[in-house]
Design a protein around this ligand. Sequence first.
Ligand SMILES: Cc1ncc(COP(=O)(O)O)c(C=O)c1O
Length: 377
Amino acid sequence: MPNKIPLTKPFFNEFELEELKKVLESGWVAGQGPKNKELEKEFAEYIGIGHTVCNTNCTTALHLSLLVLGIKKGDEVIVPDYTFPATAHAVLYAGATPVFVDIDPKTFNIDTNKIEEKITSKTKAIMPVHTFGQCAEMDEILKIAKKNNLFVIEDAACAVGSKYKEKFAGSFGDMSCFSFHARKNITSGEGGMIASNNPKLIEDARSMSCFGIESAYARENKFQVPQFVKLGYNYKLSDIAASIVLVQLKRSEQYVKKRNELAEYYNNKLKEISTITVPFVEKHNRHAYQSYIVLLDKKINRNDLIVKLGEKGIQTQIGTYSLHRQPVYQGITDCEEKNFPNSSFVFDHSLALPMYYEMSFDDIDRVVDTLKEVLKE
Ligand SMILES: Cc1ncc(COP(=O)(O)O)c(C=O)c1O
């Protein structure tokens, strides 16, 4: 059998190895070191946002963002129903209740027409997700947030390099959170980042990511024993991981460009299969294609297809999850099936096809030919 085509494959080369060698030799491998500082500066410049703090991952970044905005027990946070559960888990970690909203079946992003009906006197924030690397409708979301006096926390886990109306994902909300997990466009295996234009929020998040210690800036240069002022966490990113993300970040534009070329090739090639719908991209969006997700005709058994493709050396996956169908949220919030038809449909009928920087057009030909073969069986 020819080589397997994986769903995803991070790209590293000698530049990561050189940076790793330097950081290992430097003696500073823990968090809050020079590489964290450098990454925070470069990431902020790339996204076009004032302040950033590195984090262990996007889930902890979301948790801290909610905490520093003062979101707590008794509060509600609006989240899309179709997302990785980390989005709603973070709301529960903060003690608040996630409130699910159905999605637009074309973009897979939160349906902005259905947000206001879910707002109550307890609602404190909207947490849009830029699903698979395509930005949610930020103008509408910001308008609703302003009108109802709500915070906006962007879950930009999949959206490093995504743009909405020429501006980078993560530069719209009060706070935004990114992931450097292995399946993301830029990665250190695990990792995350919080961004905001409000320096106070970022300093609070920095303190909360380091056990709730008082800010190093508050201690100035003279020696002073620091105090632990809050019950914070250990959510720091190691300088080892930060050094890898720094190299990856320099290639972000290159990654997005290649992923768009691959997506375009897929889109053309998949025209040959009438039972497959290719991703829809809003004209004002630059998709980062963290994942390339197609919709299958209802007649196709998606789960069997994943198994059969796997047997022929093509690794595929479902898109992501319908939260209202996860056991963990039952009894906590509205999980009634009738309220989330689009999320449910996409959950059952989406398929993630292989997509990674080093993928070739020949690989795509093989994926699509194998798909055709299996769908004919
Ligand atoms: C939309 C979304 N939010 C949050 C996360 C969590 O990211 P991390 O694995 O960095 O915690 C993911 C991970 O896949 C995600 O897809």
